[in-house]
Design a protein around this ligand. Structure first.
Ligand SMILES: Nc1nc2c(ncn2[C@@H]2O[C@H](COP(=O)(O)OP(=O)(O)OP(=O)(O)O)[C@@H](O)[C@H]2O)c(=O)[nH]1
Length: 484
């Protein structure tokens, strides 16, 4: 099944009959905990129905997995992107993937087609050296997420999906897997924020003292003054109207945080940033040194292929010699061609020029442009970026261009200054926040949204190829304030 991550939907559904009667493994422990307290209030009932939803979703996923196991060849052949991915891997690293070989002649044909296309591009595309190919074999490939136990992480992830109005039969293992990663990734920020918050909330109604503590916690998580003020003002207004109990306080707080994060997204009129099919899409990645531009681009190239799009990488970071090699490794991991110029200090605009030409001739959906890291205070480097942007606009007026700033969450408020400076020079259309896993400053997402007024489009919460996904404010806030 192809899961289009950019649009958050599966392209086809695997029917799973009879699954509702199935009992998920390990569900007893969870259900017996809550069924002991039947006289409890409606919140317990709610908890029960969440668990019911989670159990039903789990049973369906389990059935899907079993079904895929028994009919593996046909499922794989049906799936266009899996076939393309398999073909790429076969063409480039034929020693690998014995499982794909079992797929038979259709896969071989796809591999052959891919190889012909690959050869056509050869004039422009940098070759993956045998050394590089060997190197990439050692990197994590892209194993399918596996359905684990019916545990608390599954139940939480299911609850988050259910709260967004999703149906148990419409959720994917991909989403469950990502939510678990996101929650783990936000552990450090959550530790500082939630522990303090929940301890202060206690069982009593909200007081002005609790709000003072909340103010400190938000500022400490790098949410910034503006976002903090907005949230506290809203809470104070609410407390003036009525007595607010802790559960309602928490719900209201989550709502406020979501509103803050959503405002710039709604302003763009585009909830989810997805490549537009049938049109050239060019995504430019900019930012200061070492924030994760190349890694983000590599993860997105993989996500694009997995989601059924064709992609191409423009290695326009011609400043750092290793950067071209690095994107080639990422390209090889996902079977995405890389356009590069191995001349020392080549003009990045020339690489972009070649990439647009190659993309046009192959009707590629998405061109991902890597750029060199630069300090926002270096005027000449910011001008170089403007030149790249101008070239894109001039050469591909028909393209849908996104200019994405990569921000390292651990840089906290400094990231906000970067956002302000790059917004001007690179005509930013959005932000990707990386390294949320290594920091307690995940609140910077709130500052970016409220002060730079830029939509957050993707978030990275780990170094793995699956640790970057489209941003969803509801899921982010739930993971940030998860009470576990
Ligand atoms: N923990 C963690 N590490 C990350 C994440 N994203 C990127 N990194 C790591 O950050 C380091 C720098 O990443 P790069 O992609 O090389 O950064 P860059 O912005 O392209 O660097 P320059 O080209 O030098 O400007 C690498 O070690 C990545 O593995 C993330 O979400 N979490």
């Amino acid at each position: 099944m192809v899961y289009d991550w950019f649009n958050r939907q599966a392209s086809d559904d695997v029917s799973t009959e009879k699954v509702l009667e199935e009992k998920p493994e390990g569900s007893e422990e969870v259900s017996s905990d809550s069924s002991n307290n039947q006289e409890e209030s409606s919140s317990i009932n709610q908890e029960e129905s969440s668990l019911e939803w989670a159990r039903s979703a789990y049973a369906r996923l389990k059935a899907q997995q079993a079904q895929q196991k028994t009919s593996q060849p046909s499922v794989e052949i049906d799936s266009a992107s899996e076939t393309a991915l398999a073909a790429n891997v076969q063409a480039e690293f034929s020693a690998q993937s014995s499982s794909f070989e079992a797929g038979g002649s259709l896969l071989e044909q796809a591999a052959l087609q891919r190889q012909v296309r690959q050869e056509e591009l050869e004039e422009k595309v940098e070759e993956v050296s045998p050394q590089l190919a060997q190197q990439s074999q050692f990197l994590e490939t892209s194993p399918e997420p596996r359905l684990g136990e019916f545990d608390e992480t599954f139940a939480w992830s299911a609850e988050v999906l259910a709260a967004q109005g999703r149906k148990p039969e419409k959720i994917s293992l991909e989403e469950i897997d990502w939510l678990g990663r996101l929650r783990r990734g936000l552990e450090k920020t959550r530790q500082g924020f939630v522990k303090g918050l929940l301890e202060n909330l206690g069982d009593d109604p909200l007081t002005p003292e609790v709000l003072d503590d909340l103010e400190t916690l938000l500022l400490r998580a790098d949410a910034g003054v503006e976002a903090t003020d907005q949230v506290l003002d809203a809470l104070r207004r609410r407390m003036n109207e009525e007595v607010v109990d802790p559960a309602e306080g928490l719900r209201f707080l989550k709502q406020q945080l979501c509103n803050l994060l959503e405002a710039p997204i709604q302003d763009t009129g585009t909830d989810l940033l997805a490549p537009e099919r049938g049109r050239l899409n060019i995504w430019l990645f900019v930012g200061v040194n070492g924030v994760g531009k190349t890694t983000t681009l590599g993860k997105l190239a993989n996500l694009a292929v997995r989601s059924g799009y064709t992609a191409l990488i423009a290695a326009a970071d011609t400043f750092r010699a290793a950067a071209v090699e690095q994107v080639k490794v990422w390209g090889a991991r996902s079977g995405v061609p890389v356009i590069a110029n191995s001349t020392a200090n080549a003009d990045p605009a020339a690489v972009v020029f070649d990439a647009i030409g190659a993309a046009r001739s192959k009707s590629t959906d998405l061109v991902l442009v890597d750029t060199a890291g630069r300090l926002q205070t270096k005027h000449n480097l910011m001008e170089e970026l403007q030149k790249v942007r101008r070239i894109i606009d001039r050469l591909a007026p028909e393209a849908r261009v996104e200019s994405l700033l990569i921000l390292d969450a651990s840089q906290g408020q400094n990231g906000l200054r970067q956002a302000m400076a790059f917004a001007q020079a690179a005509a930013l259309t959005g932000v990707v926040i990386t390294k949320l896993d290594g920091t307690s400053r995940g609140g910077v997402a709130l500052a970016v949204a409220s002060e730079a007024r830029l939509p957050i489009r993707f978030i990275g919460a780990g170094e793995g190829i699956r640790d970057l996904r489209p941003f969803n404010s509801f899921e982010f806030v739930e993971a940030l304030l998860a009470n576990y």
